[in-house]
Design a protein around this ligand. Structure first.
Ligand code: FAD
Length: 319
């Protein structure tokens, strides 16, 4: 069976949920081979095995983690030259997309970014068929790569992780990094202060607040915590200094696609929709029944979020 490379997204050996999603997708296309960059591969093995990685290629050359993305693209090029995969899957985050773009140039291959679904193509080894949501979610496009090794970046929540227990063997793989790739050294790196909530772009549930909160995100956070959700914000809330920019959802913020998106006190401007309208189920709470957000919701509550959210939190907490 053909190899499908999955670049592991991890923080010091802790494998992110997006990698479980990529491995699940990779199993539709062939044999998932995880490519792990950095230290801590042993810590990552259980999670990689749980989702069906048949093999783990460990790349421990320190240049790969001491510089920004260019060395990683070079390393993947060398792994691809050896394993001749039929596809390469990478998480659709800022780093993943830059690695993918550089790799596509190096392999003279087609690249598809921000896929929300990936299915096997026709025939053995046929190029996978991807689905993308483009032009602020107004069009759904299906595409496949017709030249080189398909390189696809996949958005979080594109698949539900499905376990398929394996015991992957680990293969240490030596890669060389050119001087040209070592031009941007990382001088410091610290994780954002932990909130105890899931990452916005990975979360299965997001509760977002807008100008309607009046600056009080307490009810939004409390409801989010009752559901184990991430918190998001509209630009109006961020620009008012009520919530940090890292949590902004929309055209100039994060694009999210959770199972459930709750918009509280958000009018539903096109720029906000651009970042959330591929969410599977959308719920809005707004005191104005004419608010445009109600055009795209699955469930809507016309009411004051300061009353609705605490009542909803109480109900959820009871269960
Ligand atoms: P408003 O539009 O002011 O809506 C507030 C809503 O809250 C109203 O519908 C009101 O009825 C409701 N409300 C008020 N009080 C309550 C209450 N007590 N209970 C319940 N409901 C209440 N916006 C983004 O969000 N993300 C982006 O990435 C983004 N990028 C942009 C890029 C560009 C180039 C431009 C021009 C704009 C961008 N915007 C973005 C801004 C966007 O156009 C809107 O201005 C913004 O989304 C409005 O935020 P809001 O819905 O919170 O505020």
């Amino acid at each position: 069976m053909s190899n499908v490379l999955v670049l592991v997204d991890h923080a010091g050996g802790k494998v992110r949920k997006t990698t479980a999603e990529l491995l699940t997708i990779a199993r539709r296309l062939g044999e998932p081979v995880a490519v792990y960059i950095g230290d801590g591969v042993q810590d990552a093995l259980p999670a990689l095995g749980q989702y069906g990685a048949t093999k783990v290629i460990a790349l421990t050359n320190p240049d790969l983690t001491q510089f920004l993305v260019a060395p990683k693209a070079e390393a993947l090029q060398q792994v691809a030259a050896k394993l001749e995969p039929t596809a390469i899957l990478i998480s659709s985050n800022a780093e993943g997309k830059e690695i993918a773009a550089r790799l596509a140039v190096k392999l003279d291959s087609g690249l598809i970014t921000d896929a929300v679904d990936v299915q096997a193509g026709d025939g053995a080894g046929g190029s996978p068929v991807t689905t993308q949501s483009v032009f602020a979610g107004n069009y759904t496009v299906q595409a496949k790569i017709t030249h080189g090794t398909p390189i696809i970046t996949v958005k979080p929540n594109a698949a539900s992780p499905e376990a398929a227990e394996t015991t992957p063997e680990v293969e240490e793989f030596d890669v060389s990094v050119s001087d040209a790739a070592k031009t941007a050294r990382i001088t410091d790196s610290k994780p954002r202060e932990a909130t105890g909530r899931p990452e916005l772009t990975e979360a299965a549930i997001i509760v977002s607040g807008g100008r309607g909160t009046g600056g009080d995100f307490g009810p939004v956070e409390a409801f989010a915590d009752s559901l184990g959700a991430a918190v998001g914000a509209s630009r109006a809330a961020v620009d008012s200094g009520w919530y940090p920019h890292a949590y902004q959802v929309g055209q100039t913020g994060k694009t999210v696609s959770p199972q459930l998106y709750v918009a509280a006190g958000i009018s539903g401007a096109i720029q906000h929709r651009a970042g959330m309208q591929t969410s599977k189920t959308i719920v809005a709470i707004n005191k104005d029944e004419e608010a445009p957000i109600f055009e795209l919701v699955d469930f809507g509550v016309v009411g004051d979020l300061h009353k609705v959210l605490p009542a909803a939190t109480e109900e959820v907490t009871k269960r």
